[in-house]
Design a protein. Structure first.
Length: 223
């Protein structure tokens, strides 16, 4: 095992830029190399593992990395998935971060009337978040069927694959462009910093505490 603190970040996507900025604001200097899976800090005993965001929760649950930054939506979806498979998923949420904000919403054809959540009874809903959807529909006592799509969810209704979708929304432009309207918000998400539950060596934990104090300072300076 490495004696550097290992942090998993999204390699390329909506969280990457802000994760990089956050580390830099915390005084962590990284030698980024586009091609490499691992990047090293030049001024602190830290290494960055750059992966698909979907892999980050599992890497933390399994203790393969010490910290990870991930959207709460992906984190909870993976956690529910593990639990559904009879496995365990443990982590500590250290901090919610002030980026990556979005909502997971149910949307239907713009022209369809909407009378409430009961309209989804027995509907087929396309989503990349079947576990979050299932949990929500259970709390609402509405039975529905989901169909898993890991991309192009917004075209499922017009392609005749589903009656509705449950997808991430930020500005709403994607729904609009696909003739859909948002009718229920089922989950609100931001990026968050998580740590594995298995205790870290004292020096690594001290470094985590230092980073957390700095993050606190960064966000206070913004307010
Ligand atoms: O390649 P990798 O698997 O790492 O990345 P990814 O493609 O799975 O994820 P990515 O980079 O798209 O998103 C990473 C995380 O950013 C998500 O898990 C959310 O936590 C967060 N986030 C914030 C969003 C959005 N906002 C968002 N708008 N993720 C996705 N979207 C999608 C949305 O579904 C829609 O299709 O962006 C599209 C545009 O949104 P509108 O409403 O502004 O049009
Ligand atoms: Zn992903």
């Amino acid at each position: 095992m490495t004696d550097r603190l290992r942090i998993a970040l999204q390699k390329k996507g909506r969280l990457s830029k802000e994760c990089t900025e956050l580390l830099s604001q915390c005084g962590v200097k990284i030698n980024w190399n586009e091609q490499r899976l691992i990047a090293y800090s030049e001024n602190m005993p830290i290494e960055i593992l750059r992966v698909r965001d979907d892999d980050i929760p599992g890497l933390v649950f399994d203790g393969v990395v010490d910290l990870g930054i991930i959207g709460e939506n992906v984190l909870e979806e993976e956690e529910l998935g593990r639990i559904a498979a009879g496995e365990t998923a443990s982590y500590q949420k250290l901090r919610q971060l002030d980026f990556g904000g979005c909502r997971l919403s149910l949307a239907i054809d713009r022209d369809r009337p909407y009378n409430g959540i009961q309209d989804f009874a027995n509907a087929r809903i396309a989503t990349s978040y079947p576990n979050l959807l299932k949990r929500y529909m259970k709390t609402q006592n509405v039975p529905c069927k989901s169909t898993l799509l890991n991309g192009s969810v917004e075209v499922a209704p017009s392609a005749g694959l589903a009656d509705a979708i449950c997808d991430l929304v930020s500005s709403g432009a994607t729904l609009e462009a696909n003739g859909l309207k948002e009718v229920e918000v089922i989950y609100r998400s931001k990026a968050c910093l998580i740590q594995r539950t298995e205790p870290l060596e004292a020096e690594k934990q001290a470094l985590v505490d230092k980073l957390l104090t700095r993050m606190q300072g960064v966000s206070q300076a913004r307010e």
